[in-house]
Design a protein around this ligand. Structure first.
Ligand code: GLA
Length: 391
């Protein structure tokens, strides 16, 4: 009898293996992250005001929910190795801040790094993974972004698996955001490890440029994302980085193109601006429900670049109800006029028999059908987002 119990117990122990918490990100996570706008200049007042704003400015009801505190919240470790939040910037402590965020009906995200130090040289989690995950669980953390600076001779996959296992052991479900900038092809191994993975180096606040020291503009990221669509889907998303919408450099047209394409890619939508004081234009760009519905479509399809004529590109995305989203973008400076017999073109490509209503998603207006010619001017550095709705 005793032997039987021992055998049964060992079988149970073997079958409870570590894994990621599943189904936490059936659609791409939406929220806000402190890095793009505030860098290291963060504190609990800003975070609380951001949480308040997310509720009052309509972002929460549009679907945004995670408030992620990026690098620089941590200042050291105590004699037992526990991570310490900067007491000057976060005097109430992280648990209290998490409670505040939760009291607004939002979710609490935090940042650490798989190496010995974070990118801003704060303590990393290397060697402290299980202890840190326990601490985050005690603080009520719902989302961990895990970076890749100062990783020494570590390799990506096992390092990210260690933190995944630590989160699982700590027992609190957390969305796990892998941030190793695409260096170890996380799209090939990330599905069972995390819920999203950065595909590229950091986004910088520009439309079409590359920084020598690292950092890519919106168009450069779009080009890199183009070949990775097959790897992305519900609960395991490609992450082309946070939004630069509302950060004062991109034109409204460029911002429209940026968020249109992030929605076409089924990308996580993490606002990166100061949402406490946004222009009406920025608020509209971030909270258009029809655009967000394309991003959050349950199929989780990532757009395909369907046609390219010079600066004009047409991307398409299949939607769960048999309809389609199209993004027509102009990467050049000059306006381009389109005069297309869409029905014939679409039929040729997809063998679709239905006639579709064409809806301009940004304007939230039906603008014709695929029976008619589609005539439109696409201004330079801008995009039109269309939905083809079954008649
Ligand atoms: C890396 C990440 C960024 C941000 C910074 C913080 O560069 O890719 O998204 O988290 O570190 O230091």
């Amino acid at each position: 009898m005793r032997k039987l119990w021992i055998i049964l117990l060992s079988i149970t122990a073997i079958s409870v293996h570590a894994q990621k918490f599943e189904r936490l990100a059936k659609t791409p996570p939406m929220g806000w992250n402190s890095w793009n706008k505030f860098g290291c200049d963060i504190n609990e007042t800003i975070i609380k005001e951001i949480a308040d704003a997310m509720v009052s400015n309509g972002m929460k009801s549009a679907g945004y929910q995670y408030i992620v505190i990026d690098d620089c919240w941590q200042i050291g470790r105590d004699s037992l190795g526990n991570i310490i939040a900067d007491p000057e910037r976060f005097p109430s402590g992280m648990k209290k801040l998490g409670e505040y965020i939760h009291s607004k009906g939002l979710k609490f995200g935090i940042y650490s790094d798989a190496g010995t130090e974070t990118c801003q040289r704060r303590p990393g989690s290397r060697g402290y993974e299980f202890q840190d995950a326990r601490t985050y669980a005690e603080w009520g953390v719902d989302f961990l972004k895990y970076d890749w600076c100062y990783h020494g001779k570590q390799t990506q996959e096992p390092s990210y698996i260690t933190m995944r296992d630590a989160i699982y052991k700590a027992g609190r479900p957390m969305v796990y955001s892998i941030c190793e900038w695409g260096t170890g092809k996380p799209w090939e191994w990330g599905k069972d490890v995390g819920h999203l993975w950065r595909t590229t180096e950091d986004i910088i606040n520009c439309f079409d440029c590359i920084n020598d020291w690292g950092g890519l503009g919106v168009m450069q990221i779009i080009d890199l994302e183009a070949s990775l669509g097959n790897y992305s889907g519900p609960d395991h998303w490609n992450d082309p980085d946070m939004l630069e919408v509302g950060n004062g450099v991109l034109t409204v047209g460029e911002e429209r193109l940026h968020i249109s394409m992030w929605s076409m890619f089924s990308a996580p939508l993490m606002a990166g601006n100061d949402i406490r004081k946004m222009s009406t234009e920025t608020t509209k760009l971030l909270t258009n429900k029809e655009v967000i519905a394309i991003d959050q479509d349950s199929l989780g399809f990532s757009a395909i670049r369907w046609m390219k004529y010079g600066d004009l590109e047409v991307w398409f995305k299949a939607l769960s109800n048999g309809e389609y989203a199209f993004c027509i973008l102009n990467r050049g400076k000059d306006p381009i006029t389109i005069n297309q017999d869409l029905k014939t073109t679409i039929k040729r490509k997809f063998t679709i028999d239905n006639n579709f209503i064409i809806r301009d998603v940004w304007k939230q207006k039906d603008i014709g059908t695929t029976k008619d010619n589609f005539v439109q001017v696409i201004p330079g550095h801008d995009a039109v987002l269309l939905k083809l709705i079954k008649r």
